[in-house]
Design a protein around this ligand. Sequence first.
Ligand code: V07
Length: 249
Amino acid sequence: MKWFGNRAKVAPGLPIADNVPKHIAIIMDGNGRWAKKRGLPRIAGHHAGMKTVKKITIAADRIGVDVLTMYAFSTENWKRPREEVDFLMKLPQEFLSIELDELIEKNVQVRMTGWREELPEHTLRAVEQAVEKTKHNTGLILNFALNYGSRKEMIDGIKAMMADVQRGSLDPNAIDERLFDSYLQTAGLPDPDLLIRTSGELRLSNFMLWQLAYSEFWFTEKYWPEFSEEMFYDAVREYQRRARRYGGL
Ligand code: V07
């Protein structure tokens, strides 16, 4: 697989262009709490969070990240109130109708990780259109985890492997980490080098359990709508500091 990094120039305030994480994954937490703090409905927080998605996508592109995965909706999020789910399911369309042209201009490739079946048709249509329109782009991969959950992903992968074994197209002795990878939703993507989670939660919450085995974790108390480019660069610089310390041993 080829990775086309839009390698950034070194500049004050930006992370050094060397050893930029190839894949950054983000759990965008605290949108509802951000709204509550301001006396706004939760959906106002989700809407504000969408603006941060745009900002951080531009920042990631600027420093030459190859893949940016944003956890937009989990398989558990369906349990939220109906009105909130309905609102969330309109955000992909809204985001793409505002931002897709600029993403195309920036050579960004949009992808989705998660199960498409349960998504409302209008949501799926918008996402698939963006995926289709950008599939030949060679810049940043903007990967939305939508209706995604890691345990289900692994169970599904195991079921598919077992079906292949039964069919005779897979030898059980050939099963190794790389092969298992190829049965996951994230097949073809490198594992995240860096995981960022906002809003003070220090958990993985069923996000990319297998893929995050060796990743660096970076947490902030800030709610997602107030997360900034500067904090994003802080996380990357901290990643680089850890990588350098590691290399020095
Ligand atoms: C959602 C905004 C960000 C904070 C977290 C929850 C709310 C962008 C998308 C999106 C998804 C797919 C796509 C383009 C955009 C999105 C949902 C929620 C469900 F192709 N933000 N955002 N999707 N939030």
